[in-house]
Design a binder for this molecule. Structure first.
Ligand SMILES: CC(C)=CCC[C@@H](C)[C@H]1CC[C@@]2(C)C3=C(CC[C@]12C)[C@@]1(C)CC[C@H](O)C(C)(C)[C@@H]1CC3
Length: 829
């Protein structure tokens, strides 16, 4: 069966997005409780932010069905040139609200650009805001596609197949969309990448191939044939990465002996010995890493795999065993296979010391496997798995541990726990014109909404945006985490009370920069209230202070902030990173982005309440600023870890440095304005801006390729005459405007000891406004007539090597950059 074959027999329903939904099924709209009457879906706030795509079985209007089909067909025919879908199904559904008709005049020719004056910008902003506000859900957040990685959906398919709930989770209309997605993202060489824009890898190809087969795509289907050839030409599935080996073992098409040990006993080690920290303890790992290896270790510990009760499934497993290896399954040297990895996948090769460690552990495994210690360790792991499930209302921290935790509950025979997971699977699935995908999180709701509020507020179009901002404010207030998880130390958790998560309150994991952006957005409402806009009740001061407490708690000894917790171990531990495709996953490091966001939030808060923990805040700034300065590269840039890449981090670098409250730094009296930190910050921003100016492209925009992230060297989008990227153009403009403001207020030009800063001032004073105007014209030129902007290449990243979509950025950032630019023009005139 293929997507196109399947479409022919498809009932004429449509996929519809439900927000704040309590739906527990994918087809129709089953509400609330499971078949045995138990409530399977728990929420702290009536599901605010929850996104579920439900297949509406009622016959849809014919023109709607036709439109969907044409969008799907057009994606498929352009899939090799335009690999990122554009969230067209969401847009189609929101059409009555976006006012999707033409609001802007047609471009007269390709080369003419709108002029960068206030009335023109206003016209484009109005159209942009009207369209974007139409995408907002009733609960106040902006829904959008958070897909990108290609290794997530196969995990879910394998898990549901093994646990025999595949037909419930993927009823026929869902199956069609999953197949569509997989087929659409096959590369021209027959392989599949780690993410939608990546080159083919063994990890991506074997898992996608197996998924297609489990979804009943025939082995003779052309896509299956070319994928199999790709795999076999490169030595077969024994060359898949360790995470792939894990999934194949679960499915019983690989032998657990070919997997390096995932010893659950590591959870029995003490966190510290007599007060000396045990840096090898998993509780010190980055939470995503430890939450993935936790359930993996249980399944490894019990050597969980497909039960062969169903003869049809048994046959398919045997067929797969013949399809993906170059040698006969029984002849595979599993010991050798443990360390095999295709060169296409190898981003972080195992250091020899790591292999020696796995070898030793493997020898111990024979003893451990049957010992009482294993049972004890498994019990401990199970406790942690249950804790994670219950404290995230079965959403879990991310898509990988979500699915593996679900399997742990299944293999532990805890069917109640297992069933609680099912409705929360739907929180991770998104449907677009390229098919149904598993997202990198249960959405990016809070993150996008916090940015959206700041972007809309920058436009000055307060009346037009008042309703959207009011609703977004409600979302922010509903989504703040109100209490810590129980038994923090026992479960190695950081405080959460006052934090904001990345997505929904039910998810609830606290994140440094989400807390910061949440607080910034809420504080920004004060400014709007002052100009008479009804944005609803302000967040109570105690809750703002809770957020400040969380932010302050995130600062590490190096002055920076990590993502979810403090840095608990050392970089050297990366030596034991077994995941060949990901870099820097073991430790939660400090990041420029997280640190800067925290500085900005504290800066905004101290203008509002200057006395709350003021000594701590001042010391936070001093140390954070030093962290940012230390991490600037010689060329003036910062490396970005969560967005593409240098452009993203430069925006944060500049915003962080300019958030330092000047007056609190330096000595009293005459020298106060020229505090050394201030000067260093201004110089650093200047270098960053020169870096950006050098990267501006002929069309006036900026366009960085995702290759910057993996290679850690700035790479332009290819070819050079390809249009620049609207999101990166906006980041670059925002960075430059931020730095400009900081210079103006620093007023150092001409002051003798700081001559360096002043030396090139005239040159820059001319270049920056020109660059900004060209950037603004590019953004307006790229805008569509209905006020939307096009989706271009993928703009988010994690673990250096895997890309992830931020689908709302295409609207948020051009609005924000144009909004700030308009303000700057107004100040000038
Ligand atoms: C290798 C594994 C476990 C894959 C699962 C994917 C997760 C690790 C990714 C998906 C979303 C993700 C990119 C995210 C982040 C970390 C890594 C995540 C969780 C964070 C929280 C890091 C800090 C960032 O500033 C920001 C808040 C933007 C992101 C949000 C998404």
């Amino acid at each position: 069966m293929s997507a196109s074959d399947a479409s022919a027999s498809e009932p004429e329903g449509v996929w519809l997005l439900q927000c704040a939904s309590s739906s527990t099924t994918r087809v129709g709209s089953g509400e609330g409780s499971g078949e045995d009457g138990k409530d399977r879906l728990v929420s702290l706030n009536s599901h605010v932010g929850r996104q579920v795509w439900v297949y509406d079985t009622d016959a849809a209007p014919l023109d709607l069905v036709k439109k969907v089909r044409s969008l799907q067909a057009s994606f498929t025919s352009n899939r090799h040139t335009c690999r990122h879908s554009s969230d067209e199904l969401l847009r189609l559904q929101r059409k009555p609200f976006t006012g999707a008709d033409d609001k802007l005049p047609a471009r007269s020719s390709k080369s003419t650009r709108p002029s960068a004056d206030v009335p023109t910008i206003d016209k484009h902003l109005k159209a942009g805001c009207e369209f974007f506000n139409g995408l907002q859900a009733d609960d106040g957040h902006w829904p959008g596609d958070y897909g990108g990685p290609m290794f997530l959906m196969p995990g879910l398919i394998i898990a549901t197949w093994v646990a025999e709930v595949e037909d419930e989770v993927f009823p026929p209309p869902a199956k069609i969309e999953v197949i569509r997605y997989l087929l659409n993202h096959q590369n021209e060489d027959g392989g599949f990448g780690l993410h939608i824009e990546g080159h083919s890898t063994m990890f991506g190809t074997v898992l996608s191939y197996v998924s297609l087969r489990l979804m009943e795509v025939d082995a003779d289907h052309p896509a299956a044939k070319t994928a199999r050839e790709w795999i076999k030409e490169r030595g077969g599935a024994t060359y898949i990465t360790s995470w792939g080996k894990f999934w194949l073992s679960i499915l019983a098409v690989y032998d657990w002996r070919g997997q390096n040990p995932l010893t659950p006993e590591m959870w029995l080690m003490p966190y510290s010995f007599c007060g000396i920290p045990n840096y090898l303890h998993p509780g010190r790992f980055w939470c995503h890493c430890r939450m993935v290896y936790l359930p993996m270790s249980y399944l490894y510990g019990v050597r969980a795999c497909s039960k062969f009760t169903n003869p049809h499934k048994w046959r398919l497993i045997h067929t797969l065993r013949t399809e993906i290896f170059v040698e006969a399954f029984d002849d595979i040297d599993w010991n050798k296979a443990r360390n095999q990895c295709a060169k296409e996948d190898l981003y972080y090769p195992h250091p020899p010391l790591q292999d020696a460690l796995w070898y030793t552990m493997d020898c111990l495994e024979d003893v451990l496997h049957h010992s009482f210690v294993r049972r004890w360790a498994n019990e401990e792991v199970l406790r942690h798995v249950r804790y994670e499930d219950e404290n995230t209302r079965y959403i879990d921290i991310g898509p990988v541990n979500k699915v593996i935790n679900m399997l742990v509950r299944y293999f532990a025979g805890d069917m109640d726990g297992f069933r609680m997971h099912i409705p929360r699977i739907y929180d991770y699935l998104w449907v677009a014109e390229d098919g149904m995908k598993m997202q990198g999180y249960n959405g990016s709701q809070l993150w996008d909404t916090a940015f959206a509020v700041q972007a809309l507020s920058s436009t000055g179009l307060h009346i037009d945006c008042a309703r959207a901002i009011y609703r977004a404010h409600t979302y922010m207030k509903e989504t703040q985490v109100r209490e810590d998880c129980p038994k923090l130390e026992r479960y190695y958790r950081h405080i959460s009370k006052g934090a904001w998560p990345f997505s929904t309150r039910d998810h609830g994991w606290p994140i440094s920069d989400c807390t910061a952006e949440g607080l910034k957005a809420c504080l920004g409402m004060g400014g709007l209230l002052n100009v008479g806009i009804d944005v609803g009740m302000m967040l109570p001061i105690e809750r703002m202070r809770d957020a400040v407490d969380v932010i302050l708690s995130f600062q590490n000894s190096n002055g920076g902030c990590a993502t979810y917790e403090n840095t608990r171990s050392f970089e050297a531990l990366e030596l034991i990173n077994p995941a060949e495709t990901f870099g820097d996953i073991i430790v939660d490091y400090s990041y420029v982005e997280c640190t800067s966001a925290c500085m900005q939030a504290l800066g905004a808060f101290s203008k509002f309440d200057a006395f709350y923990r003021c000594a701590h805040v001042a010391s936070f700034f001093r140390r954070a600023e030093q962290y940012i300065l230390r991490n600037q590269r010689d060329d003036g840039s910062w490396y970005g870890s969560w967005g593409v890449c240098f452009t993203y981090a430069i925006w944060f670098g500049c915003c962080g440095l300019s958030a330092v409250p000047r007056k609190t730094l330096g000595k009293k009296g005459a020298t106060q304005r020229f505090a050394p930190q201030t000067v260093k910050g201004a110089l650093a921003m200047r270098r960053a801006i020169i870096f950006l100016l050098d990267k501006q492209r002929a069309d006036g925009g900026w366009g960085e390729s995702y290759l910057s992230c993996q290679d850690k060297v700035y790479s332009q989008i290819e070819p050079p005459d390809a249009p620049s990227h609207i999101v990166m153009t906006s980041w670059a403009m925002l960075a430059m405007m931020q730095a400009n403001i900081a210079w103006d207020t620093t007023c150092l030009a001409g002051v003798e000891p700081y001559a360096e800063l002043a030396s090139d001032a005239e040159n820059l004073a001319r270049r920056v406004p020109q660059a900004l105007a060209a950037g603004a014209r590019f953004l307006m030129h790229m805008q569509e007539r209905n006020g939307d902007w096009p989706q271009q290449s993928i703009s988010g990243v994690f673990n250096r090597n895997c890309m992830i979509s931020y689908s709302q950025y295409r609207n948020i950032f051009p609005i924000w950059a144009l909004g700030e630019f308009k303000k700057a023009l107004k100040v000038q005139s």
